[in-house]
Design a protein around this ligand. Structure first.
Ligand code: HEM
Length: 472
């Protein structure tokens, strides 16, 4: 279909098109495949209705550039105000991801920036190494006992361990104590968020009440933990102890001086506590799990990336910041992983004034949705899009033009992008350096009718020490 503005036939007068994609979720499809199908059918901009709200799905690169790169278009209320709470319990509040007011967001972003500066992150390489080493110990035990590894679970533990240590100075050692309430609460919040954001009717059904109460309890536990850790850090500062210049230290600064801290400031600190846990953990764990899944399927790419790791770090245990910069093929693999499996696939903006998209007049007051999953799988942007091919991101290849943005773009792009990719590289490099892995047949992924690979039961892998033969 040509690049004209299209309005899909309404599936429900009250719920608009929501019921169509809720149906897609319940039928086991990836909901973004539905958006992809609509983009292929209806062109670079199409309209859907969510309840009485109008959402424009845009894949046009020039509009993506214009809107995402500009501070003139705030995050929209429908999605981000909704995430202030989770089933009535304050979750992200006005934290960095969900703040819509420019000044409130900008103040926080400026304060948080130093904890993500290149220099500060370089200094964290040792901690990333140390935490990743715990995963290697665990995988070593599994290799020795021929136990299949649930890679998704293990990678989730390691990224949660990293964020708690690096951001908040707390040692959870989750690879050995994963059965504790805190990681379970995070898992519950994430599960709850999926239903809460995608299905506006979820809360209306009495059968979901038990689940909703469990999610509410999980949110409460998360914020109570935040309150405790923030108070402990405040005490440490008051007692003149030497505290790290980490994310928690910066979060304390968002509340201003000690005498003026009010309950709004307290809540804002907790909003950011929750924000960093949720934004900074599962996204990276999922990226790593998808990378393992693809490498497990594609032996040539696996060999090539292993060779690079061997050439650059050999048998060295501590990976330096400089080593990371040299692993260009591993970078390509990680970028390609996020093309096919962006772990935060969409962002949206409010359009406060009339604009023109692709020659079409768009009246003020609508929301524009930008979805990197959809763009990443469109033939017009990436040839043979379902093929996992890291060469697309070769340093000499043409850069994708506003059709690949797994960390979003512009002023509201991901603050933790470099943090995440340093972490991902350290974990992957150590994994490739030490172990051979293969997917457990029939237990790693399904192929959906859209051609999408969907991981199954946590990307199960058989693990062997490198050099150990397959039967050993
Ligand atoms: C592979 C890993 C990651 C991916 C794919 C990712 C992706 C994204 C995306 C797409 C956004 C924009 C969200 C939106 O528009 O609603 C975002 C925002 C953000 N991310 Fe990440 N993220 C990752 C890891 C991290 C990590 C490790 C941290 C922190 C340690 C982090 C912290 C943030 C913050 C604070 C924001 C809000 C930025 C702002 O609005 O100023 N992210 N991320």
């Amino acid at each position: 279909m040509s690049d004209s503005f299209s309005f899909l036939f309404l599936t429900s007068f009250i719920f608009g098109h929501s019921s169509t994609f809720v149906k897609a979720i319940h039928s086991g499809r990836v909901v973004h495949d539905k958006f992809l199908e609509w983009s292929e059918t209806y062109g670079s901009v199409y309209r859907i209705n969510i309840l009485h709200h109008v959402a424009l799905f845009v894949t046009c690169p020039d509009t993506t550039k214009e809107i995402l790169m500009s501070p003139k278009y705030p995050k929209d209320d429908l999605v981000y105000k909704h995430m202030f709470n989770l089933f009535g319990q304050r979750l992200f509040g006005n934290g960095l991801v969900t703040a819509r007011d420019h000044d409130l967001w900008y103040k926080q972003r400026r304060i948080m920036d130093p904890a993500f500066s290149s220099l500060y992150l370089q200094g964290l390489t040792g901690t990333f190494n140390e935490r990743a080493e715990k995963l290697m110990d665990k995988l070593g035990e599994m290799a020795d006992t021929h136990t299949a590894a649930n890679m998704h679970h293990l990678l989730n533990c390691v990224t949660l361990d990293v964020i708690t240590k690096v951001a908040f100075g707390v040692d959870l050692d989750l690879l050995n104590h994963s059965d504790t309430t805190f990681p379970k609460a995070i898992e519950m919040c994430l599960k709850g968020l999926v239903y809460y954001v995608r299905d506006m009717t979820f809360q209306l059904y009495p059968k979901n009440r038990k689940f909703i109460n469990e999610v509410r309890e999980a949110v409460k536990l998360l914020r109570d933990t935040g309150r405790k850790w923030i108070n402990e850090r405040k005490m440490a500062v008051q007692n003149g102890e030497d505290v790290p210049k980490d994310i928690l230290t910066q979060i304390l600064k968002t509340a201003g001086s000690e005498e003026n801290i009010g309950s709004d400031d307290e809540e804002l600190m907790l909003d950011n506590f929750v924000t960093f846990f949720i934004a900074g953990q599962e996204t990276t764990a999922n990226q790593l799990a998808f990378a393992v899944m693809e490498l497990g399927r594609l032996p040539e790419i696996l060999e090539k990336v292993k060779q690079e790791v061997d050439d650059i770090i050999g048998m060295k245990q501590e990976i330096s910041f400089d080593d990371l910069g040299k692993m260009t093929y591993l970078t390509q693999v990680l970028k390609e992983t996020l093309r096919l499996y962006p772990t935060a696939p969409a962002t949206s903006r409010y359009i406060p004034k009339d604009i023109t998209i692709n020659g079409i007049h768009i009246p003020a007051g609508v929301m524009c949705v930008f979805n990197t999953y959809v763009c990443g799988r469109m033939n017009k942007f990436f040839e043979d899009p379902l093929k996992f091919d890291p060469e697309r991101f070769h340093p000499d290849a043409a850069k994708p033009y506003y059709c690949y943005y797994p960390f979003a773009l512009g002023p509201r792009s991901c603050l933790g992008q470099n943090f995440a990719q340093i972490e991902a590289k350290v974990v992957m490099a150590k994994l490739l350096q030490r172990f051979d892995f293969s997917l457990v047949p029939g237990q790693s992924f399904d192929i959906l009718d859209t051609g999408t690979l969907r991981p199954k039961s946590g990307v199960m892998c058989n693990i062997r020490h490198r050099g150990q033969n397959t039967t050993g």
